[in-house]
Ligand binder design. Sequence first.
Ligand code: ADP
Ligand code: MG
Ligand code: MG
Length: 869
Amino acid sequence: MNRWVYLFSEGSKEQKDLLGGKGANLAEMTKLGLPVPTGFTVTTEACLYYLDHSEQLTDEIKEQVMTAVETLAAKTGKKFDDLENPLLVSVRSGSKFSMPGMMDTVLNLGLNDRTVVALAENSQNERFAYDCYRRLLQMFGNVVMGMDNNDFESRITAVKKAAGLTFDTELTAEHWKQIVTEYKKIYQEKLQREFPQDPIEQLYLAIEAVFGSWNNQRAKTYRRLHDISDDLGTAVNVQEMVFGNFGESSGTGVVFSRNPSVGNSGLFGEYLINAQGEDVVAGVRTPKPIQVLADELPEQFQQLKTICESLEKHYHDMQDVEFTIEREKLFILQTRSGKRTSKAALTILLDFYNEGIIDEKELVSRIEAKDLEAALHPNFDEKALKNRESFLSGLAASPGAATGAAYFTAEAATAAKARGERVILVREETSPEDIEGIAVSEAVITSRGGMTSHAAVVARGMGICSVVGCERLIVSEENKATVGDNLIEEGTILSVNGTSGKIYFGEIPMEEVTNLVALDELHTIWERHAAIKVRANAETPNDIKTGMTLGAVGIGLARTEHMFFEKSRLLQFRQLILADSLAERLEVLDHLKKVQKQDFKFMYEAAKGKATTIRLLDPPLHEFLPKGADECREVAKELGKTFNEVKRKTDNLAEVNPMLGFRGLRLGVAYPEIYQMQAEAIIEAACEVMKETDFVIQPEIMIPFTIDADEFAQVRASIEGAIQTSLEKQKQELDYQIGTMIEIPRACFVADEIAEHADFFSFGTNDLTQMALGLSRDDSPRIVTQYLENGIFKEDPFQVLDESGVGALMKLAIERGRRVNPNLKIGVCGEAAAHPKSITFLNDLAIDYISCSPFRIPQAKMTLAQRAL
Ligand code: ADP
Ligand code: MG
Ligand code: MG
């Protein structure tokens, strides 16, 4: 016999596959002795079996459900259809992964024309009993029978209107009785049948409806968007009802054990007094912040707080908890790990670590790349923001900032996105049908709903910025909205600040980096675990600062040619390469040296004494030549040369294949004075910064494009000569190193010979990939796309290191290099090195550092630490 049903007291949190997330956690909390109303779970296997067998509950499943109902009766002292003490239950869906709003719950099941009278008598509260009954009729009608909820709600509205009342809470017992009678008529009208009076029939129908809902469109869409398998099925939880709508000492709410938006500790959530089920999230009444409960029901608040804390300790995670208070008694109805923003995710993990809830290893392993990335997402530029007036504000539901065009329906948003627009979804409120529209939007704005409303929860989960409950926003039609006199139409550009809750007309520029405080602490921890260090590819003071902020332990690659592309310098550089004599060259170089020295001083200062690898000029000379006759004429004029002179020289230096031409240290061989100038500037700048500051500077001078030991030795000797003269002039001692890029296959093979002369190697994976694969990096996309489609490449080799080819070359070079020089420092620069998929491989190579662009540093450090665990 198959086991289809488990009591809450029989399961545990490990059984999410079988019992679903909700059921497994209800069981776990029962085991922990928390106040959970008793119940049982019909398994996901039963669901799959049901769906596979013509959607019929088998006798075996029914029998097991009945046995569990009897146990429930015995435990609670209540019975189905009992006129003294009727058993009422909720029927709740719950699959392995939480799917908010996907499959609905039926409350108060077991009520009928007879038991409602008993409930009224037992509770001495007729109003309450009929409110419960009408809710059952409504939920059962909607969820189980597929009726339109508006048909029900419109009756309530009509009754309120007739009685001149505004709120549901003002309706009396008589009103609810009248509504119940009308609801029963709706069943007749719409279904030509009665509402089933038999609780057991109600239960079977509800279980079947939950099972069936696994395949509804909303559930399918959600699964597709979240990569959840269609084969999991959902469990059904049947649980004794507790009543938050019993009066002023009852209530219901949702709390997070920490703030899901920013991560602060302390309860965060909302509740309603005298309310049931989803009243809090439905936005019917405005819920109160959970802190108010500390005044209204202090004991229950304390108990709730203690329970949340113990759940956090138990689960090692921030919890999202549903609770209900029935006549001052607190019940916990659900716990699960709470959805949170990326910023909150990081803050919470760090706090857990500092509070001793998790250890360092768990901290390192649990941080997710997407959270780290999102935490680094740009915000609005603060200065720009200062000069702007917001025209609308609401609750800051999900942080971040975004600019885009307003659209009012999921369809319009999706269509606009497909046209390449950035979209802001503007709605009264959102529902699960809007999920696709939310997913394509940069931000979501709603006029109604609180911090736990659908829009808020979903946007937070997706890391989309969101402002909800903008009360002044009136979404009147499908293509416009108003805020006072302001009109928002389809396509109106809005800027949304999900951190402050403010909304602006027009675009606001974004800020570059946000300095995440927590990041500093993480860097220290990652560094403790990772064997390989991470440096930044950066040369401008701004990039260097960003790199340092994001955790670089130094600069791994400062490309000096980037310093020559500025207009006035470009001209000087052109003068240098077009010079007719050494004398003219030296004159220009003298000038260039002064500006380079300034560049290097800025760099050292920005790097604050951390290791700095400066690469001497690398690009093909070709790139600096004037293009076309017009530019030649212009350059000629500016340099006081004739057009013909410039043209002839330019033609002379032009190359068919510049990337394999006159570049890198080939320039150093032909014009030693250029590299000498750079080396002097590097050394003199270092000496000056050391005099002016406390930083100890040890420049690492890197020579690009080496293919041969003698070639390298010659260039090294020439620049070392210049350095010695420089140092003598400065009367200063300075440690420096001279090493080389390894980026040409030949250099890998003769790495042992080169290593005799080099202090360090740095693999340039971009060029090495280009040359090892014979695949031009500038023209590769067309070929790579084709190769990926045909399955020849698994990954783009310029994004993920080609281990078997390029990686093998690196391995060989490292082996040969270290054989000759065991202290050889080895780095890898190039973006492919920082890809998480490349990092495992690099970890095994035992290199000293990788160097990548600043924004990739945190993730690279994290991945290195995780791989080292
Ligand atoms: P969802 O997965 O959509 O949150 P739930 O089954 O958790 O669906 O619940 C819907 C609402 O009904 C929640 O507010 C929950 O707290 C409430 N609820 C569920 N079961 C009970 C019960 N036995 N007694 C009182 N309220 C309940
Ligand atoms: Mg729900
Ligand atoms: Mg729930």
